[in-house]
Design a protein around this ligand. Sequence first.
Ligand code: ATP
Length: 409
Amino acid sequence: MDSVDPALRRPGRFDREIEIGVPDEVGREEILQIHTRGMPLSDDVDLGHLADETHGFVGADIESLTKEAAMKALRRYLPEIDLDEEDIPPSLIDRMIVKRQDFRGALNEVEPSAMREVLVELPKISWDDVGGLHSAKEQVQESVEWPLSNPERFDRLGVDPPAGVLLYGPPGTGKTLMAKAVANETNANFISVRGPQLLSKWVGESEKAIRQTFRKARQVSPTVIFFDELDALAPGRGGETGSNVSERVVNQLLTELDGLEEMENVMVIGATNRPDMIDPALLRSGRFDRLVMIGEPDVDGRERILEIHTQNTPLAADVTLREIAEITDGYVGSDLESIAREAAIEALREDEEADIVEMRHFRQAMENVRPTITDDILDYYEQIEEEFQGGGSGGPGPTGRRDSRIGFQ
Ligand code: ATP
């Protein structure tokens, strides 16, 4: 629609605009019913459930999905079909059914068209894949899961749910991971926008990209939009870095975020290592008004993160992850992931046939991987914490959302 000359859309010309959107869940179930009308379905196929899982599918996609499922079912009976015979025996036809597993398989192959332009995904990361960071997890859950899964809770108490959450902290602490986990757990679609990439890919048209992203998010809702490196996209206006482009981008973001209030089922999560660089207007109430620090993991967190990243690695009896966790103060999630990988590589380096990783390999890996958190970094985030707690750019919202629990967990 954006590419239609506005002159054509003036009154007296094409002055009625009907958006043929993507069908919602009810619509999808009806379309599924239509396309499976003549199909022998097994009892375990639940069209309602399938409608729930096909966010972003339009009619044509659903049709392909049902055809693909039928093909999968047919393939199952292929060995029983004698290809030399012209007809399939009626007794076999009577027995043929399309099962839930056929639809599952088809779902992996048919891509919904609404998702093609702006990349929408259903992340596979769950909370179990995020180690430590308990208090941050809780805050993200209540600011993102509640509004998406139980918006009525906020209605009941007469307050607006938070519109956006800003995750900030040192690199590699799991901000992206956390955004994906929360989207997955609420069964929401996930649209990831990297600040610098959006600027370079859409030179001169970055605002349009933002508008489209939000539109897509609405179409395929429930959706979590994740703005990674938000500082690159929306640096403080008027400063040295504030060019015309970023000013327009910030304005567009503000417009979209303000529009979110009436729009349910879209949550915005921003992530940054440099929260002080972000335009303060974005941090005001009703926008990214919930600030959550994703800091350095504590010893339990580090142990859990090591467990997560060694779950498929055979470990020798002398490896105690607890001991490694105890001596890796200052290491963040991505550092620990590197240690696990390095240790395995170390074992292979020693012996190409190695099938187990020993404690000495971990010790060697720790020598090679340096911790991300240094004194300077700690100082920087402590200062930020003071600034934000000291009132920062915006006052507390009606839900007391400015209670950002800043601190290293
Ligand atoms: P950046 O600021 O650089 O974008 P980030 O905070 O978004 O970093 P992630 O991309 O989430 O960091 O993490 C990088 C990798 O480190 C992840 O793919 C994950 O494997 C690992 N990791 C980080 N934190 C954790 C964690 N808490 N639990 C498990 N793995 C983690």
